[in-house]
Design a protein around this ligand. Structure first.
Ligand SMILES: CC(C)(COP(=O)(O)OP(=O)(O)OC[C@H]1O[C@@H](n2cnc3c(N)ncnc32)[C@H](O)[C@@H]1OP(=O)(O)O)[C@@H](O)C(=O)NCCC(=O)NCCSC(=O)CCC(=O)c1ccccc1C(=O)O
Length: 278
């Protein structure tokens, strides 16, 4: 049972796996502002929950993973149901709640995120599947960007992460032409990790989750941040560095600094020079 009472998403936690499902199958799991707000809350919860080791991100039904923003409520300058009503309702957010903040959470949550691609991954929905750490797709899934066709584009992680996956020419083809690609084509161009028949999708996703859960969580977190260091400039290097800092805080050496301050004496760091690793 979830304590959140979400309207647009289903959030489940079981066996150390958090599953976040966009639940608007009638709209091919397109998102409106409240969907974004609920996704934000779910990803933050999965981030903070020490019992959770892997996140699975998916869409309800068998037609779509996510088809981006809900075009039926798109207005001049943005989407109806303004984000303003949700801003400021989640304490300590470093960015405004919005599409890009969900992207930030997928890319920065210190646990692997698997996209379970059960159908169309189009527009912003495709960007998110690219941003996930790993993608497992049904043979019936379809992939593509829609921006230039519907009057939108996603600069930054929507373009940068895509070209790192498939190469620059292919990424430009995907964005400029807005073609739709099959799951097999997606596999061949490195957009997804594995394609399976639709009735084997859950089994395969579970297998990948179980394999990840056997691995060292700190190593996985530091690897995720090492990838960010390359793509996210100083922000990425900070994530990697702060991951190291949290390990340092657990050391006797770091605690000696804090204790010396509290005991109003000089710290004795000498023995730690002897332990310094190359
Ligand atoms: C996915 C398609 C290619 C599927 O085509 P097809 O198989 O022919 O099915 P359809 O009959 O077209 O669709 C079935 C049914 O679903 C509805 N639907 C599908 N996609 C959407 C959608 N995105 N929005 C609303 N409704 C959708 C469709 O209308 C049909 O309903 P009926 O009632 O049966 O008629 C094709 O559907 C397609 O191309 N879809 C549109 C994809 C698209 O343009 N996506 C948007 C790209 S831009 C983006 O994602 C940015 C988002 C964003 O930034 C944002 C979002 C939300 C809040 C804030 C922001 C922000 O700006 O920060």
């Amino acid at each position: 049972m979830s304590e959140f009472n979400f309207k647009d998403i289903i959030y489940e936690k079981k066996d150390r796996i958090a599953t976040i499902t966009i639940n608007r199958p009638g709209r091919y799991n397109a998102c409106r502002p409240i969907t974004i707000y609920e996704l934000t809350k779910a990803f933050i919860d999965a981030w903070a929950d020490k019992e959770i080791g892997v996140v699975v991100f998916t869409g309800a039904g068998d037609k779509a993973f996510c088809t981006g923003g809900d075009q039926s409520i798109r207005d001049v300058g943005g989407y109806k149901g303004d984000m303003k009503e949700y801003r400021g309702t989640i304490a300590t957010l470093p960015l405004e709640v919005g599409w890009q903040f969900v992207t930030f959470l997928i890319r920065h949550i210190p646990k692997p995120v698997i996209a379970r691609v059960n159908g169309y991954a189009i527009g912003g929905g495709h960007v998110w599947q690219v941003n996930c750490d790993l993608s497992i797709a049904s043979e019936t899934a379809k992939f593509g960007q829609a921006g230039p066709r519907v009057g939108s584009f996603d600069p930054g992680f929507g373009t940068g992460d895509l070209w790192r996956n498939v190469g620059l020419k292919k990424a430009k083809e995907i964005w400029y032409l807005c073609r739709i690609y099959t799951a097999q084509e997606a596999l061949e161009m490195g957009l997804v990790n594995k394609v399976v028949p639709p009735d084997k999708l859950d089994e395969e996703v579970r297998k990948w989750c179980d394999e990840l859960l056997e691995k060292s969580p700190t190593a996985l977190k530091m690897l995720k941040y090492a990838f960010l260091a390359e793509t996210d400039g100083l922000g990425g290097i900070t994530e990697l560095g702060v991951g190291g800092l949290s390990l340092y805080y657990m050391s006797d050496e770091s605690v000696e600094g804090r204790n010396a301050f509290m005991e109003k004496r000089m710290p004795d760091f000498w023995k730690y020079y002897l332990n310094l690793q190359d």
